[in-house]
Design a protein around this ligand. Structure first.
Ligand code: ZN
Length: 86
């Protein structure tokens, strides 16, 4: 077996292309969280495998959700974030 990486191991493909049902929306922080680090940084496309088109809109949605205070800016809130998603 291959060694475990720091992140959850996933294959490199665009999740939004692979799953058309997957909403790319600022309200879905449960999804967006997979694309930011624990420090709130957006993970580079070459790591997540997201295609250029979706990475672009993903970035917008992440920034939007930060403004809505759904996603944390810093690591301070990262460990104990209350889930507000329905
Ligand atoms: Zn895509």
């Amino acid at each position: 077996m291959s060694f475990r990486k720091k992140f959850t191991p996933r294959k490199k493909f665009c999740r939004f292309c692979a799953d058309k049902e997957l909403p790319l929306d600022y309200k879905r922080i449960d999804i967006l969280r997979d694309f930011v680090t624990e420090r709130g940084k957006i993970i580079a496309r070459r790591i997540t495998g997201t295609c250029a088109k979706h990475q672009r809109s993903l970035t917008t949605e992440i920034k939007r959700s930060r403004q809505m205070a759904l996603l944390f800016y810093t690591t301070v809130h990262s460990t104990d974030v209350k889930k507000k998603t329905v």
